[in-house]
Write a protein that binds this ligand. Structure first.
Ligand code: IPE
Ligand code: MG
Length: 218
């Protein structure tokens, strides 16, 4: 969900206004995703690198997360979304951890759409955390293959990523789901996240649907 800051700058607004506008995209997006039959959607909300931002912006993002959780989780629950969080739980404020736990518990039995929120998430930390748990479990080198490794990721039940949508025109992966995107298709758009619409989401899905995925074959 990139481009909130630039969206605000163009309007001579504080960056926080951009983050706030970015939140407004979520309901229409999830609605469209449910409508076209997307089963799993992961939103990259806060990376392990985002702690490097000025303290007041980090605080704004955390408060906005709490506010959004309180405002949107009941509605998501009614729409049948199951919410899960990906990332390191350490360093997150206690209030945020509580909101995460509540949201996960409330929506645990829903099965229409799985919504993963990557929060304090880094693809490299996820891989390191998986290795740590593999070592802690005492696996032998010959026990570790790709399928075994994947079972140690934060959310082993998540199917491999089909499509990555990258807003704000950046041509980089930014530490997102490194293992899971090995064969993902990319949709890159110059649209800044707060301007990302249902129409463009459907366009991304259409673009994905028209591609031929060979996965290294012919
Ligand atoms: C949102 O966009 C990303 C979050 C960490 C929430 P940015 O804040 O990175 O926006 P730009 O890149 O400055 O435009
Ligand atoms: Mg950015």
């Amino acid at each position: 969900m990139d481009g909130n800051g630039r969206w605000a700058e163009r309007r001579r607004l504080p960056r926080a206004a951009g983050h706030r506008a970015g939140v407004e995209v979520l309901t229409p997006l999830l609605e469209a995703a449910g409508r076209v039959g997307v089963r799993t959607l992961t939103l990259y909300a806060f990376s392990t690198e985002n702690w490097a931002r000025p303290e007041d912006e980090v605080d704004t993002l955390m408060s906005l997360f709490l506010e959004t959780a309180h405002a949107k989780v009941p509605d998501l629950n009614e729409r049948g979304a199951r919410l899960r969080f990906l990332g390191r739980r350490e360093y997150l404020p206690a209030s945020v951890l509580e909101a995460i736990q509540e949201a996960e518990e409330l929506t645990a039995h829903n099965d229409k759409l799985d919504v993963y929120v990557a929060l304090n998430y880094g693809g490299r930390s996820e891989i390191v955390d998986a290795v740590r748990r593999i070592v802690a479990d005492g696996l032998l080198p010959e026990d570790v293959d790709e399928a075994t490794f994947a079972r140690y990721l934060y959310a082993p039940e998540v199917p491999e990523v089909d499509l990555v949508i990258r807003t704000s025109g950046e041509l980089r992966v930014s530490n997102f789901l490194l293992w899971q995107i090995a064969y993902a298709e990319f949709y890159v758009t110059d649209t800044l996240w707060p301007d990302f619409s249902q129409e463009e989401f459907l366009q991304a899905i259409e673009s994905f649907a028209s591609r031929s995925r060979r996965r290294g074959g012919v």
